[in-house]
Ligand binder design. Structure first.
Ligand code: FAD
Length: 509
């Protein structure tokens, strides 16, 4: 029976894991061990909608507190400056996996020429607005958003909340471990301490001290599907630029560049393949296209892939210690939150005495999430026909998408019909079939079963888009919305909700 857990690492993965365990299983003793000397990675600023759900609904952190301590801005989706259209917007609401009742076909069939303002969040993005305005002038904050959040502020906030929840902290660098019958029995710190626990959560980032180094679990590269392995990272302080309510992902000669808009700072990073260009060439292209960026951006090296199993013996890895893919869809924290919930469910359902079968199932489920994200990201590259640099030619020719071959074949035959979902792998994540449609339609991927819309249909279709646009024009921008939610009189509805009465619920989430 597990009573004492050590979480190794206090980056966002370690803190979210410790807090999830302590909040949901309060009788566990949860201790974080972390090395202030090694610090945290300090990048990871975009999120997806499962992040607010995890922070507010699952961990019970109040919105007021989160906004005060973490100072986030809102993210409605990703603007892709990408592919033959040059630009399209991916929102967190269903744009293409949706169907107007006054039109015969789903939305994706009407986007051949123009793919913009298909839903209200997309129209908001088009107008640089974040939410609709209520009759009293205040923002109508809808749940279809995620956040941009500075990694260090977020980590600082989590530490405060974790300490309040009863998580204990030990500062020190882990230098070794002892093995016992069930896996790892204790870890050794540089200062001579030896710390025992029944269960270890490895959140040591790319170092993967326990799963990778101590237990020597094999790492499986995603190198056949994802070719990028480095990023140059920088940014500049905001002057007159509007605060954009979305992340930008812009194609570059050997990869792509993100832009994340914080309130006072703009964060820009170029993810590239070191096989295609050198660090100096990447920094030069980055600077040429972003004159305000620093002359010597920080270089971060990474490898895309995941350990074969996330859970081995009494060690589970969460976050970069278990796997990593580039931040093209900002999926890292999405995976951290999802895996923490799965882990808590598995511990609760086994009454803190996990069986080998449950461990195998955990590894199957978490492995499937990694593969799913690998293939989704690979599709972004494979479909992009806009650039003819050696890197992009290599992506089109060689990206391995065998993991989603049935979906791509079905799409090529039938186009963006909702039935495509039955050809998707069965994992759950924030993008689902909608994400695939946005990439396929956004990149004008060809399909055979075309719908030839009549002029009347197109008139109805364009009226819907124009209505969205008119709605967005009356919306509220990020700066004004931030002023509203920081006003002392502002009330977050979710925070004021009374504690729900116990209800019957499904046997597992
Ligand atoms: C270029 C880039 C861009 C990214 N962008 C995004 C994004 O937009 N959105 C997103 O969700 N994610 C993004 N990520 C991923 C992001 O880094 C992670 O989501 C997140 O920060 C989790 O990191 P972590 O906690 O796993 O690791 P880290 O932050 O590296 O934390 C590791 C912890 O382990 C401790 N540690 C390590 N070794 C030892 C030891 N021997 N002894 C004691 N302590 C130890 C460290 O001190 C630290 O506390 C990005 C990553 C990269 C590289």
């Amino acid at each position: 029976m597990i009573r004492n857990i050590i979480v190794l690492g206090a980056g966002s993965a370690g803190l979210i894991a410790a807090l999830s365990l302590k909040r949901k299983i309060p009788n566990l003793n949860v201790r974080i061990v972390r090395s202030p000397e090694l610090g945290v990675i300090g990048v990871g600023e975009g999120t997806t909608p499962n992040f607010p759900r995890h922070i507010f609904d699952y961990l019970g952190i109040s919105r007021a507190r989160f906004y005060q301590l973490a100072e986030p801005t809102w993210k409605l989706g990703i603007r892709f400056l990408w592919g033959p259209r040059g630009r399209f917007d991916y929102t967190f609401a269903p744009q293409l996996d949706s169907h107007w009742s006054d039109l015969p076909r789903p939305n994706g069939f009407y986007c051949d020429e123009e793919f913009s303002c298909v839903d209200i969040p997309a129209a908001m993005m088009h107008q640089d607005k974040v939410f609709a305005r209520q009759a009293n002038g205040a923002p109508d904050v809808q749940p279809w958003h995620a956040f941009h959040i500075e990694n260090t502020k977020f980590v600082d906030m989590l530490e405060i909340v974790a300490r309040e929840a009863g998580v204990e902290f030990t500062d020190g660098k882990v230098t070794g471990s002892d093995r016992g019958d069930n896996g790892i029995s204790a870890i050794h710190l540089e200062d001579g301490q030896r710390l025992e626990a029944d269960f270890f959560v490895d959140c040591s980032g790319f170092r993967s001290e326990l799963l990778g180094k101590a237990l020597e679990e094999p790492f499986e590269s995603f190198g056949k599907t994802l070719f990028c392995d480095r990023a140059v990272i920088g940014g500049w302080d905001r002057t007159t630029e509007p605060i954009l309510p979305y992340t930008t992902a812009e194609q570059m000669d050997a990869g792509w560049c993100w832009q994340i808009d914080h309130e006072h700072h703009i964060n820009r990073g170029y993810v590239y393949s070191s096989q295609a260009i050198s660090d100096d060439e990447a920094a030069a292209e980055y600077k040429r296209k972003n004159p305000k960026a620093p002359d010597s951006p920080r270089v971060v090296k990474f490898r895309s892939g995941a350990y074969r199993r996330m859970w081995v013996d009494n060690v589970v890895a969460v976050g970069n210690a278990g796997g990593f893919v580039e931040p093209l869809e900002a999926t890292a924290l999405m995976i951290v939150c999802a895996h923490c919930q799965t882990l808590v469910d598995f511990l609760l359902h086994t009454e803190l005495d996990p069986t080998p079968g449950m461990r195998d199932l955990y590894n199957e489920l978490t492995g499937a999430t990694w593969n799913d994200i690998r293939d989704f990201l690979g599709l972004h590259y494979k479909l992009n026909t806009a650039l003819d640099t050696p890197f992009w030619k290599h992506c089109r020719a060689d990206t391995d998408l065998s993991g989603i071959a049935p979906l791509l074949e079905f799409y090529e035959e039938n186009g963006p019909t909702g039935f495509c979902r039955y050809r998707l792998p069965t994992t759950q994540n924030d993008f689902g079939i909608e994400g695939y449609f946005v990439m396929l339609v956004g990149n004008r991927a060809p399909y055979r079963k075309r719908h030839h819309a009549t002029p009347q249909e197109m008139a109805i279709w364009n009226k819907h888009r124009n209505d969205n646009l008119a709605h967005a024009r009356r919306g509220i921008d990020v700066r004004e919305a931030l002023a509203y939610v920081r006003h002392p009189g502002w009330q977050w509805h979710g925070d004021a909700a009374p504690k729900p009465k116990p209800q019957p619920q499904p046997a597992f989430a």
